[in-house]
Design a protein around this ligand. Structure first.
Ligand code: HEM
Length: 519
């Protein structure tokens, strides 16, 4: 039967990433358990080409045509038809309450996405008076004073910038979701920041069992009484859920009292709770249910939003420290902003459009998203019931329905034909793109650039992410020069979301105005 299954499986024609891959999934599970999946896939694609077989029911693709264009723009679902496989179900909250990200099937997913996409669109984000007021307050009243305070520390100007960036991005994202009054203030509360990061980061190494083998994980716990995931991980999740619900309740109270200050507008929470309330009413549901649905959705946004943006900013800063000449060029560009983002300008910020239009700031962020994507790992989908053909133009293979298919930004971004010297950080590659041949430009900018994914499940928060990252970097480098103090363990973790292995980057700030030539 084993041999029969092998010969009748169409995937056995696809080059195998390992001699066992055509026969069993054990090999790829072992790779995932050891947390070496990204490295393993990189090697496999380099040796075997743009499509490789990872198991009897699984392939990885690393091309645009016959790859991400068909799978992601083609609307492959996250869940199989029977609903027994959905890798993203792990991201539901409050005891399996789904959100947009965790929803397996496309129809309910698009209904939820329609409720939210307008408030995260580029036009709304760049023109939002509430967001501008929130970012102004967070930058001038929290972030710049926190940076300044490092000069009264014993180790003058030295700080773990990764932790602070997690705090700024969380404060901005929760500010937009819940309003400034109800959102977090992790920048000014170092104890709350360590409490939150402790809970959030400690769970990572336990993702494998519940995410890859949820049925086995439940079975072992129920029938053998052994927990593959320790109880304290559930408790940590519970505390993060309670923290989020408290922010929801505060935003509801602020709304009920009438929002007095534009910065306190709970933009996302406000819209979502109104639209979902209508849905629940139509379906005849309970108020309690509504609260959990709203909370599950916004918890996913705040987690997705702070983590990925904080990781990206950490690598921008690390690269800028390693390339002081690029840092000087960026600082020179930031001096053209009006007003400049220095303390004396408070509370005015330059217009979002002006910050967005700075070409060099854009280039350093884009090059970092390319070389150090915050989500470099595979994004699994399921082939449609009728099957499909995948692989590069001259070499395509039939893939039957129900097969796990994925692509990875960390691999697509290393294509030397599209990004010359792909392994090097070269922000200048993003400048003067209009001088490039149209096809080449589209390859670089759209087709192969995949930091935010593509298709219907693409990142809904990409414009908010870019908006906040630009303001944060502009504020930092308008005031300081940065240098590395300790970057041991800065290499990205081999994971779906990939923070620095050490969870830290120690840098030293030097005030810019101490350099007359920089003024
Ligand atoms: C540099 C920052 C960011 C990066 C690199 C990033 C990347 C991504 C990627 C690659 C996906 C698709 C993942 C998959 O399908 O496996 C995604 C989805 C998503 N992201 Fe982001 N993201 C960022 C910031 C944000 C922010 C600020 C938010 C806040 C709202 C956010 C919210 C979401 C949500 C809700 C989804 C699910 C979308 C859907 O299911 O349709 N992300 N993100």
């Amino acid at each position: 039967q084993f041999v029969y299954r092998y010969w009748t499986n169409p995937l056995c024609k696809i080059p195998a990433a390992h001699p066992l891959a055509h026969f069993t999934s054990l090999w790829i599970y072992y790779v995932r358990w050891r947390a070496v999946e990204n490295t393993t896939l990189k090697r496999a694609h380099a040796q075997l080409g743009p499509i490789v077989c990872l198991g009897p029911n699984e392939v990885s693709v690393n091309c645009v045509k016959g790859g991400i264009r068909d799978v992601y723009a083609g609307g492959f679902e996250k869940s199989n038809a029977s609903g027994t496989f959905n890798w993203y179900a792990f991201f539901s909250n409050y005891g399996s309450v789904d959100n947009m990200f965790s929803t397996g099937h496309n129809k309910p997913h698009s209904a939820r996405k329609r409720m939210l996409s307008n408030i995260y669109s580029k036009s709304v984000v760049t023109a939002s008076p509430a967001l501008l007021a929130q970012v102004s307050s967070i930058i001038y009243d929290r972030f710049l004073p926190r940076l300044e305070s490092t000069f009264s520390d014993e180790d003058t100007g030295v700080l773990n910038i990764y932790a602070l960036l997690s705090a700024v991005t969380m404060d901005i994202v929760t500010g937009y979701i819940f309003g400034l009054k109800s959102g977090s203030n992790l920048i000014s509360n170092p104890e709350q920041l360590s409490w939150f990061l402790g809970l959030y980061n400690s769970r990572r190494s336990f993702n494998f069992w519940p995410q890859e083998l949820p049925a086995l994980t439940n079975f072992v716990q129920k029938w053998i009484g052994y927990r593959l995931v320790p109880q304290w991980v559930d408790e940590a999740n519970g505390k993060i859920e309670d923290w989020t619900k408290a922010m929801c309740q505060s935003a509801a109270a602020v709304t009920a009292d009438g929002v007095a200050n534009v910065a306190d507008t709970p933009v996302v929470y406000g819209q979502l709770s109104v639209v979902l309330a209508k849905e629940v009413k139509k379906a005849g549901g309970e108020a309690l249910e509504l609260d959990s649905h709203v909370a599950s959705e916004v918890l996913d946004h705040l987690a997705a939003g702070f983590d990925t943006s904080g990781i990206t900013l950490t690598y921008v800063i690390h690269e800028l420290c390693r390339h002081p000449e690029v840092q000087v060029r960026l600082q020179r560009e930031l001096r053209t902003l009006s007003p400049r983002i220095v303390h004396s300008s408070s509370p005015s910020l330059p217009d979002g459009k002006a910050v967005d239009a700075l070409p060099f700031l854009h280039a350093v962020i884009w090059e970092t998203l390319r070389l150090h994507p915050a989500i470099p790992g595979p994004q699994p989908r399921v082939s449609p019931p009728q099957g499909c053909r995948l692989g590069s133009e001259d070499n395509t293979y039939y893939v039957p329905g129900g097969v796990r298919v994925s692509a990875s930004a960390g691999l697509l971004h290393l294509n030397e034909d599209v990004y010359l010297y792909a392994g090097e950080w070269k922000p200048e590659r993003w400048l003067d793109l209009e001088n490039l041949d149209e096809e080449k430009r589209r390859d670089m900018e759209n087709r192969w650039f995949w930091a935010f994914g593509s298709g219907g499940r693409m990142c809904v928060g990409s414009h908010l992410a870019v908006y906040q990252m630009k303001y944060i970097l502009a504020a930092l480098y308008s005031n300081y020069t940065t240098a590395i103090v300790d970057d041991n363990g800065i290499e990205q973790s081999d994971a779906y979301t990939a923070p620095p292995q050490s969870d830290k980057l120690l840098i030293r700030l030097q005030k810019l105005n101490s350099y007359p030539s920089d003024m």
